[in-house]
Design a protein around this ligand. Structure first.
Ligand code: ZN
Length: 199
């Protein structure tokens, strides 16, 4: 029996599509939203919509931003000769939280993974190569995850970039195998960065 109204059921269904939200959590959130003052709910839904509409990729590093060029790429105090390659914007944020990396980034939006059919054309790899040709870069630090896809991507990138004479390094294996960068604490991230090895 559908005890709830259709609207409530629909809201629970929509919320349960979000990652990490099971049926019970979705139900709890739905009833919480219903109890919230209308203006708070409007603010929440407006924020979700506006964020979705305004956020795009930085035209230089491809991180998610609401500007044409993100604050990191447009900053003169960053070292534009060092480019750290990460899988997604969450990894970039993890390194930014350490406050100790002063270079710029390139966000691939994924890693090479034949098991799900993700090849070089499906990530921002060509964009990186084009960028390296037009910008004066001394070092590329590959900071993809240490799982199979991340390692494969690192090897692939290194083979492509090294002939250009640009130094290519890989963050140290202090990052746990299969570990997603965003979940790793800042000390471990810093150690991985400082202990990076040239490929
Ligand atoms: Zn950028």
């Amino acid at each position: 029996m559908n005890y709830n109204s259709n609207e409530i059921t629909n809201l629970i269904e929509q919320l349960s599509k979000l990652p990490g939200i099971g049926g019970k959590s979705a139900q709890r959130l739905a009833f919480h939203i219903i109890d919230m003052p209308l203006e708070q709910v409007e603010k929440l839904s407006d924020t979700i919509l506006t964020t979705k509409q305004k956020v795009r990729c930085c035209k230089s590093c491809y991180t998610l931003t609401d500007q044409e060029v993100c604050p990191i790429c447009s900053s003169e105090s960053r070292d534009h000769h060092v480019v750290m390659v990460v899988e997604d914007t969450r990894d970039l944020l993890a390194y930014e939280r350490t406050g100790r990396y002063n270079g710029v980034y390139h966000v691939l939006h994924g890693a090479l993974d034949p098991s799900i059919g993700r090849g070089p054309e499906d990530i921002k790899l060509k964009e990186l190569l084009v960028r390296l040709q037009s910008e004066d870069v001394d070092e590329v630090i590959i900071a993809t995850n240490s799982d199979v896809a991340g390692e494969a991507t690192a090897m692939y990138l290194s083979k492509l970039i090294k002939p250009s004479g640009i130094k290519v390094s890989r963050i140290a294996s202090g990052v746990p195998i299969g570990g997603e960068l965003e979940c790793i604490d800042e000390v471990t991230l810093l150690r991985a960065l400082e202990g990076r090895v040239e490929l």
